[in-house]
Design a protein around this ligand. Sequence first.
Ligand code: ADP
Length: 377
Amino acid sequence: MILIDAVTKQYPDGTTAVDRLTLEIPDGSITVLVGPSGCGKTTTLRMINRMIDPTGGRITLDGRDIREQPVTALRRSMGYVIQHAGLFPHRTIVENIATVPRLLGWDRHRARSRAMELMERVGLDPALAKRYPYQLSGGQQQRVGVARALAADPPVMLMDEPFSAVDPVVRKGLQEELLRIQSELGKTIVFVTHDIDEAITIGDMVAVLREGGRLAQYAPPAELLSRPADAFVEDFLGVDRGIRRLSFFAAADLELTTRPIVAVDSTAEQMAAATVAQTPYLLVTDTEGRPLGWADAAGRAAGDNSLIDFGHGFTAGTDSLRAALDSAVLSPTGWAVAVDREGRAVGVVAQETIAAAIRAAHAEQSPADARAQAVGA
Ligand code: ADP
């Protein structure tokens, strides 16, 4: 565990960048430092690997003051990833990734095979190994940055706005990749961002900092969304926090009905049997069961074969209530389509049923309460 214990950093010009900050950073999880520009995030991160020294308080790693060990050893136990990746421009990708292993004295062959293994781990085509950084896209360079930081298998990863310079689509891919890698490697990651959505997406714990380097709230993302500590946090979270909080509830318990689902080649009798009182619509699928669109049952009986767009489905087993609600809201019929991993319709669910599930989720307990109970149990 990394403990930031009443740490203050005052720069020589009198700026207080961090003000008596205390944070317990748990092992094996992602802790995000988030807040507006200038609130002391980078300063905090750099104090953890001693690129900056605090002017007050102390930082311990597994109970030991980080000043007690040589700074080189400390930094080798901490991978460091920055915006724009900071790659060496005159070294190939594979050489960039092998940098730390080579510094640690690994022979060329071993360092190289480790680098190739990491390229695969971070989702980079091995064919890029011999290229130079300028020959890669921004997103690919960031992946190289992550691979380089992972090369010596450090227990801790410090990441300073690593995905801020790439476009939103690439960024989402990088976030997903980081979560996937983390689920395999279980590093202790401290991640700095100014983007609250990124913090909520990837953080197990989120520390919201305010100007002057003071801690506003430290909580799991679902708790931030349900119980912001004050107006500053609430404002920083932005609009839609109720909707965003639904991401933390599974759609798995929604009661689905298969009754109104008909294949495109169904007979008139089959269609008549599928027509139910609650919905005047039938979900028409292709012969493999993939949804094509909604049909007006009465219209279809009268020979009208036109379909109403169903928007998009949600994946029954893995998606959240937010995804299910979005699917229902986008569907002109007000019914959401649940699909399996292959995209085949497994059921439909009405907006009203989803609304009832949302109310039940509220009534039951907030995710934060659930977590507190799990910890206490
Ligand atoms: P963030 O990462 O949240 O944007 P920083 O940690 O970079 O914030 O900076 C926190 C505050 O400290 C800012 O007001 C910044 O201007 C100030 N600061 C950062 N580095 C220095 C420095 N070397 N000297 C003086 N002030 C600094």
